[in-house]
Design a protein around this ligand. Structure first.
Ligand SMILES: [Zn+2]
Length: 63
């Protein structure tokens, strides 16, 4: 079982938001919503998206 994690502070915000999902494709939509409502970022730049993608970590859990 694979889990993906994102911590908002890893992209430079002093923010306690953390996200944990089973699928990578579910990460970015949730992060985009968080960026809108918590940080007033309505359109993410390519630069920020790249930062977010590199801040996403993956762990594999044995069943
Ligand atoms: Zn945040």
């Amino acid at each position: 079982m694979v889990r993906y994690h994102f911590k908002c502070r890893d992209v430079g915000y002093s923010c306690s938001y953390e996200l944990d999902q089973g699928q990578l494709k579910d990460m970015m939509p949730s992060i985009k919503i968080h960026m809108k409502y918590a940080h007033q970022i309505w359109e993410m730049t390519k630069d920020l998206e790249d930062k977010i993608n590199s801040a996403i970590t993956k762990t594999e859990e044995k069943q």
